[in-house]
Each structure stands twice: as structure tokens, then as C-alpha cells.
Design a protein. Structure first.
Length: 237
């Protein structure tokens, strides 16, 4: 399906940030010059965007997505990737710890609206791997590889420089040192709140769980700038 890119040069580009958490993605789009509205099923008192709505993200996309120029989505990754496969899947089935698979219904809602979009998620998820971003591309203290499906637009894949070393922490009984922190979980040498703030360049929240979940703003600053550059080319053409 073709997604027309709305060109509205008379005002700031309006971005919907769905499944927004504390707004790691929002801050990046703001830094690219966009106005950002977040939606999340949970209260997000630390959200840094320009507006916030609490509610179901997919329902909000269907009801209000057409009011925005661009839609960013980060469906929860707990139902995706390695935690849902192999022995993890069997354990989750035994314990009843199933998580919803939200990528497909999110994509369906986005396609129904027809606005250009991004779906972000982890390795092993169902997102199309149009872009892969890594903290090393932006000089961050965290690797955090994430994949981005682009709907209705395209962007070039930036070069992925070699990692400068290992992620610090304990793995399989051995301690590793390195220039990156492990911004997930707790214990075993994983990052403290302050270390995640510094590594991701997020200074507006001190919630350890939400900091672990948040995208580094540098990722969406790059995406927002790439999308805006494409709209300029559309106008020039």
C-alpha cells in the first residue's frame, strides 16, 4: 500500500509516539524539530514529549493517527525475540507468563491509517529489518541493537562501526570489562540508574525499569532528520 507523505511546511511536523514509555523516542524527534504526542497504556509521569494520552496505543492510532504527519511505534518487546523462543517459550507456557504479540496488529492499524511510520523492536521480532541502529553509531555507552520497519518511506542504512570492546558485566561465571554497560535487568554488573542515564543520554527520569526500556534519543533524532530530509526532497521534486 502506498503511504502519502504529507508535506506541511507551514508548521512543525507532528509525530505520534505510540507505546511511548518515558519518551526516549520522543526526545530524539523533538531534537530533530518535531512536535511529539505520546500514548501509553500506563501512566507516564516522566514523559518528556509535548503532549501525552493514557490509553491503548493501537486504538489511539486508529482513532487519531490520521491527525499526525508521522507515527513512531515501539510495541513492547517482551512478547518478541529470544524471550519467546526455545526453552524460554516452554517456561513461559508452564508459568503462564505469556506476553501479547503486538507487532502485527500495530502494523495493521498503521496500514489502515496510511501515514508514514516506524515500528521499532528487537532482534528476532517480526519487524522488517529496514534499519538497524546501534549505540556505537552515535558514540553511546550502550550497544542496544534495535531494528526499524519503515512504512511508506525509506532511509539509507548508516554504517555500523566495529564495537570498541565488550559489554561490562558477568556472563557464564566470567566477568568482562568494556566500554558499554548492560542496560537491562539488575545485578551481575548490570548498569545502575546513573550509568543508564549517562549511557543513553537520558536525564529526565530516574526510573530504572523505564530507563532500561527507553530508546536512546540519538536513534530517533537520526530517523527524524532522515524523514525530514526526505520531505524536503519531495518538495524540491
Amino acid at each position: 500500500m502506498t503511504h502519502p507523505i504529507p508535506i506541511r511546511r507551514s508548521r512543525v511536523l507532528r509525530v505520534l509516539d505510540a507505546f511511548c514509555c518515558i519518551g526516549g523516542a520522543a526526545r530524539g524527534y523533538q531534537e530533530a524539530g518535531c512536535h511529539v504526542t505520546g500514548v501509553d497504556v500506563r501512566p507516564q509521569p516522566d514523559y518528556c514529549g509535548d503532549a501525552f494520552h493514557q490509553g491503548d496505543a493501537i486504538e489511539f492510532i486508529l482513532a487519531h493517527g490520521a491527525e499526525f504527519d508521522f507515527i513512531h511505534t515501539s510495541p513492547p518487546c517482551q512478547g518478541e525475540g529470544a524471550p519467546t523462543k526455545g526453552s524460554n517459550a516452554a517456561r513461559n507456557a508452564r508459568t503462564g507468563r505469556a506476553h501479547p504479540r503486538l507487532i502485527t496488529p500495530t502494523r495493521t492499524a498503521l496500514d489502515a491509517i496510511g501515514r508514514p511510520y516506524v515500528i521499532e523492536n528487537v532482534a528476532g521480532s517480526e519487524v522488517r529489518k529496514d534499519l538497524r541502529l546501534c549505540g556505537e553509531q552515535f558514540g553511546l555507552g550502550v550497544l542496544m541493537h534495535r531494528y526499524f520497519e519503515l512504512g511508506g518511506w525509506t532511509a539509507p542504512q548508516p554504517a555500523h562501526p566495529a564495537h570498541r570492546g565488550k559489554v561490562r558485566g558477568w556472563r557464564h561465571g566470567e566477568y568482562f570489562d568494556g566500554p558499554y554497560v548492560a542496560a537491562y535487568g539488575k545485578g551481575g554488573g548490570k548498569a545502575t540508574t546513573e550509568e543508564i542515564q549517562q549511557a543513553k543520554r537520558i536525564d529526565w527520569s530516574a526510573d530504572h525499569f523505564n530507563l532500561r526500556e527507553a530508546l536512546p534519543p540519538a536513534y530517533t533524532h537520526w530517523i527524524g532528520a532522515a524523514f525530514l530530509a526526505r520531505t524536503v526532497l519531495e518538495v524540491a521534486a
